[in-house]
Design a protein around this ligand. Structure first.
Ligand code: FAD
Length: 286
């Protein structure tokens, strides 16, 4: 299945993001999580990829194979390029081809001050072009409703996004955000800029104040006042924060769907309880 084609048949699309377990051995124990997530019938599941260094870590590919072959759900394989050379990326693409995995989320990866980047790929769009040369893959990309942290301004970032789409990206997944108006404004600007591929809204349900503060410092998402009130009031009450965080995420999703969003991408953090609660809250909307 080609993920971009799903958007032609269905709106809104629902997808989940998971990450490979930290230890190789834990891959065997991930079945319980996958079984519960797949019961919720997402249109696809994306699997993150470590930004890496000199060695190529294929945990992502192994997990993608498992999702496709054992659970019958289409995987979207994340692939970062900043710390890899062409040959290393070619090896991964060959693994994907052999496994029949044709959907890739092409990413640059974050700059790691401890790892000198390789020189073959400077931007995700370089990786997109390379993937397209290597085989018949469908390529997705990342986008940033509140601009990428390194971009000087939103207009420049959207011009750069257009270059990525022109290079062959057929579907975009957004960075997490908590203020829907920022997403709607961004979406409108992409259309003005001639970007016409489907854009999924990235939603991270909050369960823990420290986790959100860390995420926000990494990606620069704005915290609306009503969201900050929830964090302040319930930071020391785990159960209450869970309820409030789920309610906030469900409200966000209802508003996004009502506003015509192409799809919703839930950052599940490998927690099927979160995914189930969200799905129960929107079951008649999807
Ligand atoms: P790019 O699209 O290359 O953009 C990076 C910066 O360069 C932007 O500021 C952009 O404006 C600028 N730029 C782009 N093209 C040009 C150009 N031609 N000329 C000048 N400037 C340009 N990281 C991981 O390590 N593993 C993951 O699995 C992962 N998954 C992610 C999933 C999603 C949905 C998102 C939103 C992010 C994910 N990331 C992941 C983080 C991502 O790697 C970082 O945000 C990274 O800093 C940028 O990646 P990108 O692909 O968006 O980069």
């Amino acid at each position: 299945m080609r993920i971009p084609a799903v958007f032609a048949d269905k709106k809104p699309v629902l997808s989940f993001e998971i990450f490979p377990p930290k230890k190789a051995a834990a891959l065997e124990n991930i079945d319980k999580t996958l079984a519960l997530l797949c019961e919720l019938t997402p249109d696809f599941i994306s699997i993150t990829f470590g930004a890496g260094g000199s060695t190529v870590d294929n945990q992502t590919v192994e997990l993608a194979k498992k999702i496709k072959n054992e659970y019958g759900v289409e995987p979207l394989v994340h692939l970062t390029c900043l710390n890899y050379n062409r040959e290393e990326i070619r090896v991964i693409l060959d693994q994907l081809k052999k496994a029949g995995l044709s959907n890739i989320l092409a990413l640059r990866g974050d700059v790691n001050p401890d790892i000198a980047p390789q020189c073959d790929f400077s931007y995700a769009s370089d990786l997109v072009r390379f993937i397209k040369e290597q085989g018949d893959f469908s390529v997705s990309g990342a986008c940033y409703p509140e601009k990428h942290l390194e971009a000087s301004d939103a207009v420049t970032d959207i011009h750069n996004l257009r270059k990525k789409v022109d290079a062959g990206v057929e579907h975009l997944v957004s960075q997490l955000f908590f203020d829907n108006d920022r997403f709607f404004t961004f979406y409108e600007k992409t259309r003005i800029a001639g970007i016409n591929v489907p854009i999924e809204a990235g939603i991270m349900p909050v369960t823990n104040k420290a986790q959100i503060e860390r995420m926000v410092s990494l990606c620069g998402a704005t915290l609306p006042a009503k969201f900050e009130r929830i964090l302040e009031r319930y930071e020391n009450n785990r159960e209450a924060l869970f309820d409030a965080g789920m309610a906030y995420a469900i409200n966000q999703i209802v508003d996004l769907i009502a506003g015509g969003a192409d799809g919703i991408h839930v950052y599940t953090m490998n927690n099927p309880v979160i995914a189930k609660r969200i799905c129960d809250g929107i079951k008649n909307l999807i």
